[in-house]
Design a protein around this ligand. Structure first.
Ligand SMILES: [Mn+2]
Length: 506
């Protein structure tokens, strides 16, 4: 049906590639073969549906908790924002073609794939979990005629025998709520036709960080002199949308945070001196997956003793000994939404004097920073404040001399916590990476608050403190009425931590 030889004959306008123009001419949308929502449809698609996976999705949802109209609104908003932004500085540009590729499968060795993780920008806009596809948003003069196209892999019985069903091109229209779907092999022709018909247009595609090799190859043709197109990356516009979470996304984030909080509590109870960091990691992963998370959101840091001073320690291959603390930075991914929590606890169930001094100092700093979120500061401002607050706390416990000036106090505090105190959180752990941390936070954003103290053997401090690394990290939703700690179920007070950590001592 989508044989590209059709493009060579003179019935171009009837071929699927140019259905976009048919829509324009006839003002009618192509009919989808499957009616939405997919009530009692047990046919297998390339991803779970309410018909095949009623334990995961309700009717009307394309992804768990995410209704089809929410996806359509996201795409609409992206088009509006890009159009509005461009109209401010270039009045001649009237058309936009926005290309958002999916991820592709990655292989660890011959025919052995890594677990597939969809590109988050693509997933956010399309709801599609399949590799090697592409979403294209084409604007027209009239907003009601904008055309959203899903470019999908064609069905292939041999591949599907090995890898499972694909969503057919015909079914993609109904499932994702787009205007049309075409084979991904037609992407180049589609773009070419659009560009030729709309010379005053911008091609929105991220050339800098290619997500999919095949799509990038197609896009490179449009960079050459023949087309000489204006192009820009759409990433920051997509990230501006992703930065503010919808009610459905907040539910997903709460669930992700609940699963990880509970798993950390169980892992604190499980751990005891003599276990390896790897075993503690395994328990965390087990608890997250048993409660519905697909996988951990990142390779966790499970660092006993001095290894907590290696900020990105993920070797997790040592034994945690009696008397040491263990720092665990772990979170899970629940239907595409990530949690990110750090707890530090004494492996034997009892903080010693120096451990508790640092731990309580950090608890105070973190509580103050979370409270500050009422005033909607920037993340950078939170970091500056952390340095001041931490400096004072470290003076109180004797790690920084009381006599230093306030300017050098901040510098000295930074020596004890060399990482930022916050990042945006959402579908990605370091979410919406093109958004500056200098902007003020707003209701609907989710951020981490994660002060730490890392005392190395190079710090000139009493030796009982040396080799200790502590971090406390929670995930915080910003609302009109103040911050909401989504990870509040994860034990944090000295009493709660000690009680749990004592439970499984032998
Ligand atoms: Mn973090």
């Amino acid at each position: 049906m989508f044989n590209s030889t059709k493009l060579l004959n003179n019935t171009l306008i009837q071929s699927g590639v140019f259905r976009y123009y048919c829509i324009k001419a006839t003002k009618s949308k192509p009919t989808a073969t499957t009616k939405w929502p997919l009530k009692n449809v047990t046919k297998m698609y390339g991803q779970p549906t309410s018909g095949t996976h009623p334990h995961l999705l309700k009717d009307g949802e394309v992804l768990p908790y995410i209704q089809q109209n929410e996806l359509q609104e996201r795409r609409q908003k992206l088009i509006e924002n890009i159009t509005y932004h461009t109209s401010k500085y270039n009045k001649d540009i009237k058309r936009h073609l926005i290309i958002v590729p999916s991820a592709t499968k990655q292989y660890m060795s011959d025919k052995i794939p890594y677990v597939f993780r969809q590109s988050t920008d693509f997933l956010y806009l399309s709801g599609c979990l399949e590799p090697d596809s592409c979403l294209v948003l084409a604007t027209t003069e009239s907003p009601s005629q904008h055309c959203v196209t899903m470019f999908m892999r064609e069905t292939d019985s041999h591949s599907e025998l090995w890898d499972g069903p694909r969503t057919s091109i015909e079914d993609a229209v109904g499932l994702f709520g787009v205007d049309q779907a075409l084979p991904v092999s037609e992407l180049g022709s589609y773009i070419k036709f659009y560009m030729k018909s709309n010379p005053q247009s911008i091609l929105w595609y991220d050339y800098i960080t290619p997500v999919q090799k095949n799509i990038h190859k197609v896009m490179q043709d449009f960079l050459n002199e023949k087309f000489n197109k204006l192009w820009e990356s759409p990433n920051r516009f997509i990230h501006q949308l992703r930065l503010i979470k919808s009610p459905a996304e907040i539910k997903l984030m709460q669930k992700s945070c609940d699963i990880a909080s509970d798993a950390i509590a169980k892992t604190i109870r499980f751990a005891r001196p003599g276990l390896s960091e790897h075993q503690i990691f395994a328990n965390m992963e087990y608890e997250c997956k048993m409660n519905g998370a697909e996988y951990l959101a990142y390779p966790p840091v499970v660092a006993g003793g001095n290894r907590a001073n290696i900020i990105h320690y993920i070797n997790n291959n040592q034994i945690v000994n009696d008397g040491e603390m263990v720092l665990m930075d772990a979170g899970c991914e629940y239907h595409g939404y990530s949690s990110d929590i750090t707890r530090t606890w004494p492996i034997n169930g009892k903080f010693n004097q120096q451990q508790i001094a640092i731990y309580e100092a950090l608890l105070d700093v973190q509580a103050d920073l979370i409270k500050m979120c009422c005033d909607f500061p920037s993340l950078d401002y939170l970091f500056e404040t952390m340095c001041t607050l931490l400096g004072k706390q470290l003076q109180n416990i004797g790690l920084i001399p009381k006599t230093v000036s306030s300017a050098s106090l901040i510098k000295m505090a930074y020596q004890f916590c060399p990482h930022h105190v916050s990042h945006y959180l959402g579908m990605d752990v370091h979410d919406t990476s093109t958004i500056s941390r200098s902007i003020k936070i707003e209701p609907g954003m989710i951020i981490t608050v994660e002060p730490g103290v890392y005392v190395t053997y190079n710090h000139r401090v009493p030796k009982e403190f040396q080799g200790m690394g502590v971090r406390i990290e929670d995930d915080v939703l910003i609302t009109e009425n103040g911050p909401v700690v989504l990870t509040k179920n994860c034990p944090k007070s000295v009493e709660d931590i000690e009680r749990l950590a004592k439970e499984n001592q032998v």
